[in-house]
Design a protein around this ligand. Structure first.
Ligand SMILES: [Zn+2]
Length: 304
């Protein structure tokens, strides 16, 4: 059964590609939400610092155990504050890509503001990894109508902020197409695990097994149809003991099934670009958003 019209020919006949993307936001979220008082929110800060200090070493251990390399997205401020966590990721051959500077939202910036924070984010990540960021994920998926063009301007090879397909697709811009590696909220760990009054996101917390029920359904569908399975997770949430233990067991189950290509998004992007060049994969192309000219504004309302 193939419910995907244009599946990607994955390497070595793999049924699907998979990449755990872990967004190491740490306390950037708290400083963004509460610039004046974040320093006195000790408990919320400790929950977030669990990411770089406890979860990241655990996550890296699991990847080493299974011999897989994956992707971390890191705000520039977090790279500067926790260089040891980023250095450990790089040492093990994982991809580290940029994710804002202080987790600011690109679509709430001015034209120049978005460009400034993008460049500052890229420079901060590069200052620790020693390499240009291969890709990008907008903080809280807040990709703007300018973002695709700005990312191409900076030479990035892919974006991972959007939700428009089950397989990679292209975003058309005046500078050419940007490759999108999509995921969606069903693959995000905030809905099942996040609970914080300080960050105004209070969900009934699910067990790891229950959360994995949904992620496993997504995996089976992608495996069967040739898709791309990208969890959008956070070390401070999914790296918690019982949750990561469950993930450690589930990776074993995925590897035992076979036909899964675990790779960092930078490698998946390079493979997909190769397939597009060889015409073995034809992605959909989307146009970026523009102003809704068809909608009347309040002062043009001509109703009697
Ligand atoms: Zn984030």
């Amino acid at each position: 059964m193939s419910l995907i019209q244009n599946p990607v020919p994955w390497p070595n006949g793999a049924r699907c590609a998979a990449c755990f993307t872990l967004d190491m936001d740490a306390e950037s979220l708290l400083y963004l939400a509460h610039p004046q008082t974040a320093h006195s929110m000790a408990s919320a800060a400790s929950m977030l610092r669990y990411g770089p200090d406890v979860a990241v070493p655990r996550i890296l251990d699991t990847y080493r155990h299974y011999g897989i390399r994956q992707t971390f997205f890191v705000p520039g401020w977090c790279a500067e504050r926790y260089p040891y966590a980023i250095e450990a990721m790089v040492r093990d051959g994982h991809e580290v890509s940029a994710h804002g500077y202080l987790h600011e939202h690109p679509n709430e910036q001015s034209d120049e503001g978005e460009r400034y924070w993008l460049r500052r984010s890229l420079a901060a990540v590069q200052s620790v990894t020693g390499e240009r960021s291969p890709g990008w994920r907008a903080p809280l998926y807040r990709f703007s109508h300018r973002s695709a063009e700005y990312l191409l301007e900076e030479g990035l090879s892919y974006d991972a902020s959007l939700m428009g397909d089950d397989v990679p697709y292209l975003i058309d811009t005046p500078r050419g197409p940007l490759l999108e590696l999509p995921s969606h909220w069903g693959m995000d760990d905030w809905p099942p695990f996040m609970h914080s009054s300080e960050l105004n996101f209070e969900m009934p917390i699910q067990s790891a097994a229950r959360a994995w029920e949904g992620w496993w359904e997504e995996f089976e569908a992608m495996w069967e149809c040739g898709g791309l399975w990208i969890p959008v997770w956070h070390p401070f949430l999914s790296g918690r003991l019982a949750r990561w233990r469950q993930t450690h067991l589930m990776i074993r189950k995925m590897l035992d099934r076979g036909g899964v290509w675990f790779a960092p998004l930078r490698d998946i992007a390079a493979h997909v670009q190769g397939c597009i060049a060889e015409r073995t994969f034809t992605p959909r192309t989307e146009r970026p958003l523009s102003l809704p000219h068809a909608l009347p504004s309040a002062d043009q309302d001509t109703r009697p």
